[in-house]
Design a protein around this ligand. Sequence first.
Ligand SMILES: NC(=O)c1ccc[n+]([C@@H]2O[C@H](COP(=O)([O-])OP(=O)(O)OC[C@H]3O[C@@H](n4cnc5c(N)ncnc54)[C@H](O)[C@@H]3O)[C@@H](O)[C@H]2O)c1
Length: 372
Amino acid sequence: MGNYTITVLPGDGIGPEVTEQAILVLDAIASRYQHTFTYHKRLVGVAAIEAEGEAISDESLALCRQSDAILFGAVGGRSDYAGRDKVKPEQALFKLRKGLQFFANLRPVKPLKNLLSASSIKPEILQGTDLLVVRELTGGLYYGHLEPPVPGKPSEIRQTEHGTEAIDTLLYTEAEIERILRVAFEVARDRQKKVTSVDKANVLSSSVLWRQVANRVAAEYPDVAFEHLLVDACAMHLIRKPTSFDVIVTENLFGDILTDEASMLAGSMGMLPSASLGTQKTAHGRLGLYEPIHGSAPDIAGQGKANPIAAILSAAMLLHYSLGLKDEAFAIEAAVAKTIEEGYRTEDLREAGATIINTQQMGQKIAAAVLK
Ligand SMILES: NC(=O)c1ccc[n+]([C@@H]2O[C@H](COP(=O)([O-])OP(=O)(O)OC[C@H]3O[C@@H](n4cnc5c(N)ncnc54)[C@H](O)[C@@H]3O)[C@@H](O)[C@H]2O)c1
């Protein structure tokens, strides 16, 4: 029985539709386990640009910082809004990630047994897959482009006496590598106790350092099995024997590519949650931002076709990682599995014999299953 404060940023397109269902399910958890969740709802994305002139206001950001966790929908998808030449909705995510130092992105992939046929991978290969990719989110190649330019991290197209050239910088400090490795080992202790560290140490200096740090950190977790894998081999094993993985930890660019590949194992974008964890500790755990991996899906917004399960499973991750409520998180996962087992599907998972229901009905079914 506890009191928790959650900042809710529903955003644009299907963001508000799926977030509403995640809250419905959180309310069912509150009722079953006698918790109090206080929600502070704020605008983000196009909705915030139109009403407040920026993708996320400083007040909303401050509120996020003070809460126990952040539940995020999706932003973007509209190009007809006032102020579009000055502000982009995606700036909200950059501001949140940078402002709150969300350096660890967690993406679990656990295809449900009743949905194995929804993936393009053969069911016998998928059966039993339950992996989590931990991606470093604030360093590496993608952070050279920051404005103003970061000293020592050039990222630009430039003219030289030999012609035009382009440069990006892949820079990691030992401290950045160590903190993401620690997140991976800590979460592995809660799972199957295996970490695969993915790099390109046969070519890149940053990967050689990554490997050295990984070896040092691994020695502190003797209860967790540990292996190194080159990123090209990892890409292959992900679709050849995905069951061989528990926790995969890797740097920003490799993680970006591998998480998209891994997401295909689950069949639909509408099934995959994510968490971004920061450095800030709260009374119950670590401050985090939880969101479905999909975007605002303007093609289906307002039609009741959005699958809310990715948002609902994001709420489960919120309970697990930021509030320390693991039983409650498992209760949501079990309710999702049961609802799918009973044959209910949203449009994206249409198959013969299934009962097709809308976004709201899916939320209600899962909330009801939590309470059973
Ligand atoms: N974190 C974010 O807020 C985020 C992430 C990705 C994309 N975006 C933005 O979203 C907008 C649309 O991008 P996109 O179309 O490339 O990607 P998208 O994820 O929004 O949609 C891709 C396809 O998947 C379908 N889809 C997505 N989520 C679904 C769900 N829950 N249920 C059923 N079907 C679902 C969509 O209908 C669409 O056909 C863009 O403006 C993009 O910048 C935002």
